[in-house]
Design a protein around this ligand. Structure first.
Ligand SMILES: [Zn+2]
Ligand SMILES: [Zn+2]
Length: 233
């Protein structure tokens, strides 16, 4: 939606902050106070998005064994209240949380990048999970990012054919095995720079596996954009 239309709509129907419920008088449903309290990501590894104690290009792990994507950008660190906000969005169908977080992510992304990918691809959900949830949270985020960056999104570029267990509950070795072969893709990405969109990047194995599939389909470059990145544990 264009900004002026946004403003007119919000003047007619003033929004409330998704966190404290006070009127926002903004074109986004979060008040300035609550937004400033969110755990914005400050210093992060350019390649994997992991929070670093100070400004440096790459983390030690990416220097030694870089992932198959060239860049990972997260607006936030995954710590309170991000866990509750994302759970409200994903599991309680409170899409207003998703819209607020996606809009802030788009704004932060645009602020930090001069060039965007050619196309956005949301991490696909397995059809069983999609049936239960009713929507793919990554596609919801991707649609906001696509509109704000004037870059197309291909919602069905790839499919998830393996109903994987929760990655964060598994050991490193088990995670790799769990996600291997999870995605199939028939879309031709010849020479395209592709931006993967996800809600939270925890271990990077999922986005790394999808990146490998996209590169096999011809992608010249793959980057990852997510709402929040889990800090080193
Ligand atoms: Zn508030
Ligand atoms: Zn890194």
């Amino acid at each position: 939606m264009t900004n002026w239309l946004d403003r007119i709509l919000y003047n007619l129907l003033p929004g409330r902050c998704v966190l404290c419920l006070s009127p926002t008088k903004r074109s986004i449903d979060i008040c300035i106070g609550c937004e400033l309290d969110l755990p914005f990501s400050h210093y992060a590894c350019w390649q994997c998005g992991l929070t670093l104690p100070e400004s440096q290009e790459l983390c030690g792990h990416c220097l030694v064994s870089p992932p198959p994507f060239s860049h990972c950008f997260a607006a936030f660190e995954y710590r309170p209240p991000m866990d509750k906000m994302i759970a409200q969005f994903k599991n309680s169908q409170q899409l207003a949380f998703g819209r607020v977080l996606s809009k802030i992510l788009a704004r932060q992304y645009i602020k930090h990048h001069l060039r965007y990918p050619d196309v956005w691809v949301p991490v696909p959900l397995h059809s069983e999970r999609l049936k239960i949830r009713g929507f793919n949270q990554a596609l919801e985020i991707a649609q906001v990012i696509a509109a704000e960056t004037a870059t197309p999104v291909i919602g069905r570029a790839c499919r998830r054919i393996k109903a994987t267990d929760e990655q964060k509950l598994l050991s490193r070795h088990a995670r790799k095995h769990n996600i291997s072969g999870a995605f199939v893709c028939e879309t031709d990405f010849q020479n395209a720079r592709v931006g993967i969109i996800d809600d939270v990047v925890t271990t990077t194995e999922t986005v790394a596996e999808l990146s490998r599939v996209l590169v096999k389909q011809g992608a010249a470059d793959v980057q990852v954009v997510c709402i929040a990145r889990t800090p080193h544990q």
